[in-house]
Design a protein around this ligand. Sequence first.
Ligand code: P6P
Length: 344
Amino acid sequence: MSSTAPVSLTRFLIEEERAGHINAELRLLIEVVARACKTISIAVGKGALGGVLGDAGQGAAQINVQGEAQKKLDVLSNEILLEANAWGGHLAGLASEEMDHAQPIPDVYPRGNYLLLFDPLDGSSNIDVNISVGTIFSVLRCPEGVTRPDDSHFLQPGHAQVAAGYTVYGPSTMLVLTVGHGTHAFTLDREVGSFMLTARHLRIPEETKEFAVNMSNQRFWEPPMQAYVADLLAGKEGPRGKDFNMRWVASMVADVHRILTRGGIFSYPLDAKCAEKGGKLRLMYEANPMALLVEQAGGAASTGRERMLDVVPKHLHQRVPVFLGSKREVETAVRYHTEHDAAR
Ligand code: P6P
């Protein structure tokens, strides 16, 4: 086999195991999640032909723990991930954006040493308008001696993650993964049915001219965020001395994928509408996995006042303000917040 042969996800993971970066159990875990994402990709790709667009149904049962109306594909994607991960013996438990509490692996199956957290279909409000959505996942070690993990065992800071990734269901289906040794991208070869390595060691440019934020919330932001974005909008005549461009897909996976690919800063800051909840985006299965991927690609991720991966979680569905992307730009946005706080 020539060394220039295309590298599949399976081969990549075997090489990571040989390098001592992962063990066989974690390799199996990632393969299982990737396989589930392939199934989700097929369902998402059918669109209206698959009979899975639209809301999951009427009544309270279809409002998730986040208070959001579940889409049929939210429920289906969650079920696909639950079923795929139940029997393999690699997990002790799992947690999902779509489930109130963490679940231990059923007693009928052997349990492993890892905890899996996921947002089965992030950005699902975009499905009905055919905009990219994605699956986000995070992997933690199950604490020693814990055989039936509950929510409390998942409350580990982001720097404890042993792996993180997402699959973006866009024009192509791509899996972006880190096991703590760089961030790498795989593209689904639909004819073969395998994820193939298409970018090794992604690097986010330290500087950027592109920001991603939902501007309609501007009047609800804290003063430092208002000041930071006003200076972006002032362009080269303003204090930043350069013009900026804006993108906002309203699908975190799509926005983060663009930033991992060409740089930028993504922010969902505190605003008066979500301040009491601590923010809009969820720490454990959105912000933390994305933060690890971004840091492993040379970027930075912060709450605006604290490194994201250092946040000590208080509850499973905790929300946080998010700033992530090009390292220098994130540092600038954080400086607006820390200088504002210091002046109070
Ligand atoms: P807004 C999708 O619902 C999501 O959780 C993220 O994927 C996305 O970045 C954000 O919310 C979009 O929020 O307020 O712009 O609709």
